[in-house]
Design a protein around this ligand. Structure first.
Ligand code: HEM
Length: 444
């Protein structure tokens, strides 16, 4: 406890994908591998380690393409990681995402039996993520990598998902994404909210003190140190249904935008209701120095500007009065759109699969990702709203309801359908660079 309470982060050992903000715009691809032969799996680790860069490296061996690699618990087993090492990882990680479906609200359509295979089957062992400014450069960088793993018998690429971030950085519902991210002590990456005190490094990277003074260690220490948990979720977004719902519940186009903003807590431009509650302000929305510079308690305790039930206030209540402490439930997020955008104005579903590849990065799957997903997304008790769910991404049975406080009477909308369906996902661990070497050097 507390032995290294304010250390310098070992950036040369942390994978760049953990801390480095992604370029804009960019394309990304997720490739999942199954390991059928542990020696081949270790060789894969050795080869991948050559192209993974550390958080302090200004350049990548693949030019403009940056690669990160993560493993599931089943992946660690497939590599032959000894049992005492396996047991030293977090309980939720060892269970895997599919086993946690009830807690996460992955029921009905979102239940693991309906997931896109091979997600959640136990076959996904390694997940490689490559990020590049455009498709041409991504494919050019991946081609030699492809040759490499094709030559390795005993390792199979079993799934791939391409995604993209538009220049406007909007997600499929049309809101600017990628705005709010936490400041982390010693990371060198500034946070987006000047009013937020940086979080202890141990909230995001293993081996350092966290907000509660604990230091997570694995057996041996090198395996976990400078690594972090990564949660991938493929989330289908029902864009046409979202648009139709707004239309049916608003009085004209301007009110539709206001309702959408109340549900999100930001206008589609990214401008926060906290700073411009009545009208959109696109210049504010795209200004990274101002668009996250706010708190809730003193300015808007009752949620007249940003409803307590809106997506961003649920996901990060900041200093608002809630049951619990917001700081221990923070996360690094990377959301990247997949599928063709639904052309503007279209209200009928075209049947295409589109949504977000959501990625969580943090040192505590349980009290960060799972807590937020179960208590803050799918419940409203923490701020006194009973069973209300997140109006954007709430799940887990039956239609939802949402309240926007207003004078003289609040605005309450009911019958909110589920706009987001889980298509699958995995709990992974993204090891440090020395740990990748440790994995590739495993014997027997
Ligand atoms: C398809 C589903 C989702 C969509 C469309 C979505 C969209 C957004 C958008 C537009 C923002 C505001 C921009 C920003 O601050 O970066 C945001 C913020 C955020 N979202 Fe989501 N989100 C989704 C699912 C989730 C899930 C499942 C979680 C966590 C379990 C989550 C956690 C967060 C957090 C922590 C923030 C930042 C809040 C803040 O600090 O103000 N989101 N999301």
């Amino acid at each position: 406890m507390g032995e290294d309470s304010n250390p310098k982060l070992e950036l040369d050992d942390i994978q760049s994908g953990v801390l480095r903000p992604r370029p804009t715009p960019y394309v990304a691809t997720y490739i999942a591998f199954r390991i059928d032969d542990r020696k081949a799996g270790r060789e894969l680790m050795r080869r991948v380690a050559r192209v993974v860069t550390s958080a302090d490296s200004p350049t990548s061996p693949l030019a403009d393409t940056w690669v990160s690699v993560a493993l599931t618990y089943e992946g660690f087993k497939a590599l032959g990681v000894p049992q005492d090492s396996l047991d030293s990882f977090s309980w939720e990680f060892r269970q895997g995402m599919a086993a946690r479906a009830d807690e996460l609200g992955d029921t009905g359509e979102s239940a693991p039996e309906n997931w896109e295979k091979p997600l959640g089957t136990g076959d996904v062992h390694v997940v490689l993520v490559a990020v590049s400014p455009d498709e041409g450069r991504l494919e050019a960088a991946l081609e030699p990598a492809r040759q490499t793993y094709r030559q390795l018998s005993g390792v199979e690429a079993i799934w791939r998902q391409n995604c993209h971030a538009l220049p406007t950085e909007t997600e499929p519902f049309g809101f600017r994404d990628g705005i709010s991210h936490p400041a982390i002590e010693g990371s060198g990456v500034p946070g987006s909210n000047p009013k937020e005190r940086p979080l202890k490094a141990g909230e995001f990277v293993l081996g350092y003190a966290d907000e509660l003074g604990g230091v997570q260690k694995t057996v041996p220490e090198v395996l976990g140190r400078n690594g972090t948990y990564v949660v991938f979720r493929k989330l289908r977004q029902r864009v046409a249904e979202f648009r139709r719902y707004l239309k049916a519940n608003a009085n004209g186009p301007e009110d539709e935008e206001l309702l959408a903003a109340k549900m999100m807590g930001r206008w589609r431009s990214g401008a926060p209701l906290a700073l411009c509650p009545f009208h959109d302000d696109p210049a504010l929305g795209e200004d990274p120095r101002r668009n996250n510079d706010f708190l809730f308690r003193d300015d808007d305790a009752a949620g007249f500007k940003t409803p307590a039930g809106s997506h961003i206030r649920r996901m990060n209540p900041r200093d608002a009065q809630i049951a619990g402490v917001a700081r221990i439930h923070r996360m690094i997020r990377r959301g990247t759109a997949y599928g063709p955008p639904l052309p503007e104005g279209v209200l009928e579903d075209d049947g295409a699969d589109r949504g977000l590849m959501f990625a969580f990065v943090g040192a505590h799957i349980g009290r960060q990702f799972e807590f937020v997903q179960s208590q803050w997304v799918n419940d409203g008790v923490f701020f006194g709203a009973g069973e209300d769910r997140d109006p954007i991404t709430g799940s887990g049975g039956g239609p939802g309801a949402f309240t926007a406080p207003r004078r003289p009477v609040r605005r309450r909308i009911q019958g909110i359908p589920q706009f987001v369906v889980t298509r699958g996902g995995e709990y992974c661990f993204m090891p440090g660079l020395r740990a990748l070497k440790w994995l590739s050097d495993l014997q027997t």
